[in-house]
Design a protein around this ligand. Structure first.
Ligand SMILES: Nc1ncnc2c1ncn2[C@@H]1O[C@H](COP(=O)(O)OP(=O)(O)O)[C@@H](O)[C@H]1O
Ligand SMILES: [Mg+2]
Length: 374
């Protein structure tokens, strides 16, 4: 059992979490849900001591986690994030066995575990275990991310928006698989999402958060029947409506291979990237993958003689972007109104894809073929 007792967290002056109390039973899947910045990730990262609370106590099975060795704690906690994070130079099998290896498991036991887990998520071990991550689709990679977190059989598993960068179909499949998997393994899972449909589908209980506070904790059914206030009602309502409209959203229209450059890079390096990727613009990312701006070939050429400048000095910061769940109609309107050629897709500040004029038109065509209207 995990208990948060009067837990608070401040970053400098900023109160990211106010007094928070939450109990998660052993074997239970609890979802933390709420708008961007409400404190979900902070709440989760305190459990494996990537962040320590400023106030209050967190216990796992009655033991204050500050008494545990952080390295040990992290090995005993499975962790899955949105960006998958498989190591590209390691095979699938090697990726899955990272923690078991650290724990000095016997070779035979690791091999057995890899096969068992891969079968659980429908990936044939013989076909896939010796491949490298880049040889798998996004959905397959994220399946590996999930089973890697389970590999050493940790009592607690943390999943921070693990499916939110996937296309809607892979996403639904992975949700179904997680539900099935959880029936078998019965782990204590803390799952973060901002998608109410996802939360309803997979959770035993949902904790909905706003501005660093838990607003309501309830089973999906209770929450649908008796949302505690207008905030909860709106949160459920908006998501339901999106689903009913059935329109494709930004993340199903986007391409994933966006040519990007880090803000702190020099201009020659940016120029080199452009040449290599055959593009005339690069999106600029900060050190956490967050979208910072755009730099065009023209701007780059003009500023090029200045060796002291970095991309951050010359980029255009006032650019348009959309969240992954923005619906086609709104995307199309932005393109027309602002006369855009490309539109970056952002999920919690992070650049996850790019809608181009042609990828959008393709999306509209497919949607109209299905009888949809924008
Ligand atoms: N290391 C940090 N320093 C300063 N502020 C932070 C830090 N980490 C998170 N925050 C702030 O705390 C709030 C909650 O962040 P987070 O838990 O990541 O939200 P969520 O996961 O719900 O989107 C946000 O306003 C965020 O900007
Ligand atoms: Mg987060």
């Amino acid at each position: 059992m995990i208990e948060y007792k009067n837990v608070g967290k401040t970053f400098g002056e900023f109160e990211a979490l106010k007094t928070m109390n939450l109990t998660i039973e052993t074997g239970e899947l609890v979802t933390l849900i709420g708008p961007s910045g409400c404190g979900k990730t902070t709440t989760m990262r305190m459990l494996n001591r990537l962040i320590d609370p400023s106030e209050g106590v967190i216990t796992i099975d009655g033991v204050d986690i500050r008494k545990k060795n952080p390295v040990q704690l992290r090995r005993d906690t499975g962790y899955v994030i949105q960006q998958i994070g498989l190591l590209p130079h390691m095979t699938i099998e090697e990726n899955i066995t990272i923690v078991p290896k650290l724990k000095r498991w016997e070779k035979a036991r690791m091999k057995e575990r890899v096969e068992e887990l891969m079968k659980l998520v429908g990936l044939d071990p013989e076909t896939f275990k010796d491949r490298y991550p880049s040889e798998l689709s996004g959905g397959q990679q994220q399946r590996i991310g999930v089973i890697r977190a389970l590999a050493a059989d940790p009592p607690v598993v943390l999943m921070d928006e693990p499916f939110s960068a996937l296309d809607p179909i892979s996403r639904e499949q992975l949700q179904d698989e997680l539900v099935k998997l959880q029936e078998e393994i019965k782990k204590t899972i803390v799952f973060v999402t901002h998608d109410m449909d996802e939360a309803i589908k997979i959770s035993k209980r949902i904790a909905i958060m706003r501005d660093g506070e838990i607003v309501q904790v309830a089973t999906p059914d209770q929450m649908l029947r008796e949302p505690k206030d207008d905030f909860v009602r709106d949160f459920i309502g908006a998501k339901r409506l999106n689903q009913e409209l059935g329109q494709p959203a930004a993340y199903s229209l986007m391409i994933r291979n966006v040519a990007t450059v880090r803000a702190d890079r020099g201009l020659a390096e940016a120029f080199n990237y452009m040449k290599k990727s055959h593009v005339d613009q690069l999106y600029v990312k900060g050190s956490n993958g967050e979208l910072r701006g755009l730099v065009s070939l023209e701007t780059l050429k003009t500023a090029y003689p200045n060796e002291d400048k970095t991309v951050a000095d010359i980029m255009e910061t006032n650019i348009h972007w959309v969240e992954g769940d923005t619906l086609l109609a709104e995307v199309a309107e932005l393109f027309t109104e602002k006369d855009l050629y490309t539109l970056p897709v952002v999920q919690h500040d992070e650049l996850v894809g790019l809608i181009t004029k042609s990828s959008m038109i393709r999306g509209i065509a497919e949607w109209e073929q299905q009888g949809g209207e924008t």
